[in-house]
Design a protein around this ligand. Structure first.
Ligand code: A5P
Length: 239
């Protein structure tokens, strides 16, 4: 599996040109990309990156990739990031690693987003992977009820739980995002209308962000047993 992830990362690296401003994703697949990028930088490639998490910031620094912020630069040429699920309309579920908020800010600021993944992430319908929803701890009960209403209005339902920190059990510590928020993971099974659900969740005050990425990915690099597939989204970014 790690081999497949690295192959996808290597293929995406072929799209990187000298002088590019890059969004650097989070997760085990994106980590391969950062490491391979570091090798190219050591060989003379000049790029600058904006990391989507503290973990990626540390990885990029370790690999010698020069970093900046979205306060210092105005746009990004390309973001390369992993995903938990990708559907044929290029809707994504992201946030399995908890970095969805910064990932979405960076992807939105980027001209293009390439999703890198092993091909098990390519699914006909989103929802088997629990949908991460980043929430403010204050008023969580009210936020949960509003989320459940939004689910019902969008024709989905399923159990939802506050994410625990790695290694934590039911009584363990709550997972806290880089932004200081909590995550609810919702097991919905099948999300019939990802854009509709994304809109409904975004309208809830206690929801900081959710893991549905709609209209952001421009292409997917999928590595599988039979090689690499590069699939381009036809619609322009934002549609
Ligand atoms: C991080 O918050 C996520 O969005 C990751 O990009 C996603 O979970 C994919 O991670 P892996 O590459 O580790 O599967």
């Amino acid at each position: 599996m790690e081999q497949l992830k690295r192959q996808a990362a290597a293929r995406a690296l072929e799209e990187v040109r000298d002088g590019m401003q890059l969004g650097l994703g989070t997760g085990s697949t994106a980590k391969h990309f950062v490491e391979l990028l570091g090798e190219r930088v050591a060989a003379g490639l000049k790029v600058i990156g904006v990391p989507t998490s503290e973990a990626t910031r540390l990885d990029a620094m370790r690999c010698g990739v020069r970093l900046t912020t979205l306060d210092e630069i105005e746009h990004l040429d390309l973001t390369v990031d992993g995903a938990d699920e990708i559907d044929p309309d290029f809707n994504l579920i992201k946030g399995g690693g908890g970095a969805l908020l910064r990932e979405k800010i960076v992807a939105t600021a980027s001209d293009r987003m390439i999703v890198i993944a092993d091909d098990s992430k390519w699914v006909p319908t989103l929802g088997k992977f629990p949908l991460p929803i980043e929430v403010i701890p204050f008023g969580l009960g009210a936020t949960r009820r509003a989320i459940e209403k939004a689910f019902a209005a969008c024709g989905v339902s399923g159990p939802m739980a506050v994410r625990n920190a790695k290694g934590g059990d039911k009584d363990g510590h709550v997972f806290v995002t880089d932004g200081g928020h909590w995550i609810l993971d919702a097991q919905l099974g099948r999300i019939v209308d990802p854009p509709g659900l994304a809109k409904a969740l975004s309208a809830i005050p206690g929801v900081v962000e959710h893991g549905l990425f709609i209209g952001l990915a421009s292409s997917a690099v999928l590595a599988g047993g039979e090689g690499i597939r590069v699939i381009e989204r036809r619609k322009p970014k934002g549609d």
